[in-house]
Every structure is written in structure tokens, then in C-alpha cells.
Design a protein around this ligand. Structure first.
Ligand code: ZN
Length: 474
């Protein structure tokens, strides 16, 4: 009965949330610059009767909206940052709205909005039915650069929360149990001495040599670290012209591994290699850790709860036109890549999805013990409180992550249906945990087991400030 009230409320108000999601898609703001997107969601929650604290954890676009009092405390996450250079019209051919501008290639316009919709729906029901407890919506900026939630965790923003629900747009209606890689993001600056590269090379010391030797050292190190680790780098600055010995050269590294202490071990080794490169080249260096994050802890009973509620609600169905639109986008991807993506999902019935455009099934949770290649700052939240991030089918199967094809689908009626389905699922899960103390107890017990008595040590130094200038503003 109480869940029905939430479903009815969301159904009645869906047009408003579709509009909000579309507006955030339109704003397409990069991490820590999501001024309009964060303001839109925060003001919507405020209008609905939530107490909103803006600018938490030293980030102007991070906020927390709270309703109710006492235990239990149930949380929802919302992200709203876009990705560079992915501007795209909502059509199935590559055509940017503004050449070179950002776009929502990860569906975070839907992410922030589905969480907001669910949070307000739960509040409406709590009020009507006199349900005890507190609900909190966490407005989380800069997920793409793994910044927002790690700083929020460090500053205690998630303290006292009993469990958290989060939704990410995907290509399946799924609650997976796989983990994600822990990670460090670090920048290196090497300093040498400029000189005429033809006339007086002996008087110069090349910072670029140091960058190159460091990279070589790291690439030799790879053989002697765990196979699951992933290390990738770019050279941000390598000098001005060949006839000048580069006095400064910069590189940027990501270090990933399944567990936090594995990242720490490799990271310390890389710092030594950087130092070694300066000894070889008679240069100096500085480094700056931008951010770091933990692996994701999964809680099977949270995944079961999501799937149970998804099945009770029922997955959306799609019209011929919706399928046609999605098919045209799917056709821009080579068929072998789509099959490879399905296989990589490790879903036991992935073969059945060959030839399918929008997945309408709701599989059992899977992936326990697996680790996805990427990283997410939801990982750090999952070490503070039992957390689940599930997906709904927003995109055609096989579309690559962070692609213009995903931007093109972000305001479609398919995305709108997935938003509503996700909000309904989250609202029902939250109402279950608010009204069933033994369920919450079971979730907590499983989470404590998942941590295996390991203590969370924030990857960020206490005095590190959020990188508010990580993207240049126009
Ligand atoms: Zn994302």
C-alpha cells in the first residue's frame, strides 16, 4: 500500500522530472562547474520541503537535502556532471549542438534526476503515512574525475547514514555485484634547464627525458606487479620546439587495482621511479595527488531488494518508434563490438541478448567476485554505509560508455521511461528499509562481512582541496 502511493506520486509527476533531466542534459556542465544543474535539483528539493545545505565539503556544487528526523537514515545519490567534447544533438547521426562543447555521455542528467524524484516521492509517502526516519539526497559533483564523493566522505558528509540507494543509467535493468578498481590520479611536473638543442645541448637538462624515462620505468615495472592492475598516462606538456631543450614537462597518471592497498603499493613504487628519472637526467620534480578512491563493496541483500522491487513494478515497454530510434544508434557500432560488450557483461544469458536493441528483462544479480576495469567514487561511499548503485536500460545494448550515441539518447522517451522506472525502484527500496528494521539489520550485517574488518583510510590528505580549477572555464 505505501509503495503504491509512491508509484502513483511518481507517475503523476513524471513530466516535471523529465523536464528537469532534459534541462540538465542541455546545461551539460563539467565537474565542479555544475552550477545550474546543482541549483536546479537543490531548489526542487527545497520547494518540496527539504532542508538544503549547499556547498558542502568545500565544493560549491555539492549539496545535501534532508527531510525527517531520527533513525533510520536512508540516503540517495545524484550525479550531474557532463563530459568534455561530447556535445551532440538528440539524433542518430554525429552532429554536435556546439562543436567541442561538453555533453552528457554517461547519462548523469538522468542520474541526478532519478534520485531527486525518488527522494521527493518517499518524503510525500512518509508525510502522509507518518513514517519515522530521515531521508537525505546527496548532490554529488564531479563523478567523472572521481572527486566529489571522496571529498564528501573525507569531510564526514555521509556519517550516520544507514544505507544508500543510487541509480546509474545503463543498458540493462540490473543490480550487479561486481566491484570496481581502487585508483589514484596523480600529476607530475619535471623541471630541467632550457638550452639551444643544437648549439649548446650540454648546458641543457631535459625535463622531457625525465618524463620519458619515468614512463619506461613504469612500463618495466608492469611485469612485476599484479596482473589486474591498470596504469595509464598522458604527457600533458613536452616542450615547445625541438630546438629548445625542454625546461618543463608534465605527465598525468591513473593507477588502478582491485584493492586499495594494491594501489598504495604501486603508487609508492611509481613515485620512486619518478625520483629515479630525475637522478638519471639531473632534473627535479614535483607531484600532486589529485584524487584517489576505493573499490566498490557490494551487499547481496541490497541487490536482491532492488531486483525484487524492479520485478514488482515491471520493466518499461517500448514503442516501434522508440525501438527504431535505438536501432539506428546501435547500427553505428560494429556488430562484433556489440557482441563483445554483451560477452564482457558476464551475464550468464548474454547470448539471448544478441539482436536485442533495448533490454526489457530483469536478470538476477550476478558478478560477485568480478572487478570492472573502471573506477567510481561510489566506492568510497560504499565503505561508509551499505550502498548499491543499480542500472536501468536507458541506452541501446552495446553502445560504448562516454559516447556521442549515449548523449543522443539522453533526452529520448526511452531515457524518460528508464528515469521513472529507476525512481520507482529506489522509492520502493527506500520504503522497504524505512519500515522493515530486520531487513536493514540484514543489510548492515552483510556489509560488515564485506568489509572483512578492513578499515577505510581516506586516500586524500586532510589538507587537500578539491580541484575546483580542473577544467578551464570560458
Ligand atoms: Zn557515470
Amino acid at each position: 500500500m505505501i509503495k503504491k502511493l509512491a508509484l502513483q506520486w511518481l507517475e503523476k509527476n513524471k513530466a516535471k522530472f523529465n523536464q528537469i533531466s532534459d534541462r540538465i542534459w542541455d546545461y551539460a556542465e563539467l565537474g565542479l562547474q555544475e552550477v545550474k544543474s546543482a541549483a536546479l535539483l537543490a531548489s526542487e528539493l527545497e520547494k518540496a520541503g527539504f532542508q538544503v545545505v549547499r556547498g558542502v565539503a568545500d565544493m560549491p556544487t555539492a549539496f545535501v537535502a534532508t527531510y525527517g528526523e531520527g533513525k533510520p537514515v536512508i540516503g540517495f545519490l545524484g550525479e550531474y556532471d557532463a563530459l568534455s567534447d561530447l556535445s551532440q544533438k538528440p539524433i542518430p547521426q554525429r552532429d554536435p549542438v556546439v562543436e567541442g562543447a561538453p555533453g552528457h555521455g554517461c547519462g548523469h542528467n538522468v542520474h541526478g534526476t532519478s534520485g531527486t524524484a525518488a527522494t521527493i516521492a518517499v518524503k510525500e509517502v512518509m508525510e502522509k503515512q507518518n513514517i519515522q526516519g530521515t531521508i537525505k539526497f546527496f548532490g554529488c559533483p564531479a563523478e567523472e574525475t572521481l572527486v566529489g564523493k571522496v571529498f564528501m566522505v573525507r569531510d564526514g558528509v555521509f556519517d550516520g547514514v544507514d544505507t544508500i540507494f543510487s541509480h546509474h543509467p545503463g543498458s540493462m535493468n540490473a543490480a550487479q555485484l561486481e566491484s570496481s578498481n581502487a585508483m589514484n590520479s596523480v600529476k607530475f611536473q619535471f623541471y630541467g634547464v632550457a638550452s639551444h638543442a643544437g648549439g649548446s645541448p650540454h648546458r641543457g637538462r631535459s625535463a622531457l627525458d625525465a618524463v620519458e624515462l619515468m614512463n619506461i620505468g613504469v612500463n618495466f615495472m608492469r611485469e612485476h606487479i599484479i596482473q589486474e592492475a591498470r596504469i595509464h598516462y598522458i604527457i600533458e606538456k613536452g616542450g615547445g620546439a625541438p630546438n629548445i631543450v625542454p625546461a618543463q614537462a608534465d605527465s598525468w597518471y591513473f593507477v588502478r587495482a582491485p584493492l586499495r592497498d594494491q594501489v598504495n603499493h604501486i603508487y609508492r613504487w611509481i613515485l620512486k621511479i619518478a625520483e629515479g628519472a630525475t637522478l638519471m637526467t639531473q632534473t627535479t620534480y614535483e607531484y600532486k595527488l589529485l584524487t584517489g578512491c576505493y573499490n566498490l563493496l557490494s551487499v547481496p541483500s541490497l541487490a536482491d531488494l532492488v531486483v525484487k522491487n524492479m520485478r514488482e513494478i515491471g520493466a518499461p515497454e517500448y514503442t516501434v518508434d522508440e525501438n527504431k530510434f535505438a536501432q539506428t544508434l546501435q547500427a553505428t557500432i560494429p556488430p562484433q563490438n556489440i557482441i563483445a560488450a554483451l560477452k564482457r557483461s558476464k551475464r550468464h544469458d548474454w547470448r539471448k541478448l544478441q539482436g536485442v536493441t533495448i533490454d526489457t528483462s530483469i536478470p538476477d544479480p550476478w558478478g560477485s567476485g568480478d572487478v570492472m576495469g573502471g573506477s567510481t567514487d561510489v566506492g568510497d561511499v560504499s565503505w561508509q554505509t551499505p550502498t548499491i548503485e543499480f542500472t536501468t536500460a536507458t541506452f541501446a545494448l552495446g553502445l560504448p560508455g562516454h559516447s556521442w550515441q549515449k548523449v543522443a539518447m539522453g533526452t529520448s522517451s526511452i531515457a524518460h521511461k528508464s528515469l521513472l522506472f529507476a525512481a520507482k525502484t529506489m522509492a520502493c527500496c527506500a520504503l522497504d528499509t524505512l519500515t522493515n528494521p530486520s531487513l536493514l539489520q540484514k543489510i548492515t550485517t552483510e556489509w560488515i562481512t564485506a568489509k572483512q574488518e578492513e578499515e577505510y583510510v581516506c586516500p586524500l590528505p586532510l589538507d587537500l582541496k578539491p580541484p575546483l580549477d580542473q577544467f578551464p572555464t570560458n
